[in-house]
Design a protein around this ligand. Sequence first.
Ligand code: CO
Length: 134
Amino acid sequence: MIGSINHIAIAVPDIRAAMAQWQERTGAEISDIQTLPEHGVHVAFIKAENGKVELLEPIDEHSPIAKFLEKNADGGMHHICFDVADLIASRDKLIAAGGRVLGSDETRICVRGKPVIFIHPKDLSGTLIELQQA
Ligand code: CO
């Protein structure tokens, strides 16, 4: 069911400050900022040898990550995304096993333009998990 880790997402209150920290303190290579109003976020990608970390800053208080930052003012790990070979089959297996998809059960298009679902954190070790069609 689970393939490679596609990305790890970190919510941050100030994406430019976060990018500067990562660049200065780790030497990481980071993409430019993309603003995605339909997803409610500013996003930048920290490149790692075997994947990437997404820095996510909410555009406004309606952003899906705004509530997370209310509870974690300095930011923190928001979710882990795995590639799956067949997203619909993975979703159906999850639901059959008593897991819950966040929002509707329909897949949605993520910031990378791929179909994804998010699994309820209470159903997997208190951690928000995203599954992405590989
Ligand atoms: Co993600």
